[in-house]
Ligand binder design. Structure first.
Ligand code: CA
Length: 225
């Protein structure tokens, strides 16, 4: 069963979350600060991380940066305030989803299941590798490369890029991309813009600039080459 790493410094909240996760059949690990979280992440390789933003010492955003240096494991943020939510939405690293406090454990569980299901759906499909010019996407492994250079994309970014690359030249609007990238989420459509911005930056850094086009008033498309 999937392993969920709960990173939360308030013991009562962590206990409730762990209780619900275990009841649903997940295995759990818990860390109360960022340093412990990264150490546990490296040691236990969880399938998903529930990450509080406001932690003592290293905050949740730094923890996410540390995780992203290792891999694209899905991360769901626990945010307490709307200004924190803005930070998450603007986050260049891209979290895979978020819930805002006060949340019900039921709500968190729904989000955890949805994010893990997104991963499983792609894994199980055994999708063939998608290639558009120098861009190569390997769904089973969440691996994206441009001209042989690895793209450090998140799972959410991978799904967006995969959807665009599967239909090169066709315009996808934000609602469509949101459904693909974050099904069952109540994330706002503007979340897609943030993921697109981050994707473009990563493509740019890998030598694939202007690969994703904005079609004003309609959406986004991948340039067919
Ligand atoms: Ca906290």
């Amino acid at each position: 069963m999937a392993l969920v790493l709960v990173v939360e410094d308030e013991p009562e909240i962590a206990e409730v979350l762990e209780g619900y996760l275990r009841q649903a059949g997940y295995r759990t690990e818990r860390a109360a600060d960022g340093v412990a979280a990264l150490a546990l992440f490296r040691a236990a390789r969880p399938d998903l991380v529930l990450l509080d933003i406001n932690l003592p010492g290293m905050d949740g955003l730094d923890v996410l940066r540390g995780i992203r240096k290792i891999d694209a494991t899905p991360v769901v943020f626990l945010t307490a305030r709307s200004d924190e939510l803005d930070t998450v939405l603007g986050l260049e690293l891209g979290a895979d989803d978020y819930v805002t406090k006060p949340f019900s454990p039921r709500e968190v569980m729904a989000r955890v299941k949805a994010v893990l299901r997104r991963g499983a759906a792609v894994d199980d499909a055994g999708d063939p590798v998608v290639r558009v010019g120098p861009l190569e996407l390997e769904p089973g492994r969440w691996r994206a490369t441009y001209d042989g250079h690895g793209l450090p994309v998140t799972v959410t970014e991978f799904r967006i890029l995969h959807h665009l690359a599967a239909h090169p030249g066709r315009v996808a609007d934000r609602a469509e991309l949101l459904e693909v990238a974050l099904p069952d989420s109540d994330a706002l459509e503007r979340v897609i813009d943030t993921h697109l911005k981050n994707l473009r930056r990563k493509l740019d850094e890998a030598g694939g600039p202007h690969l994703i086009e904005t079609v004003r008033g309609a959406g986004y498309r991948l340039r067919a080459r």
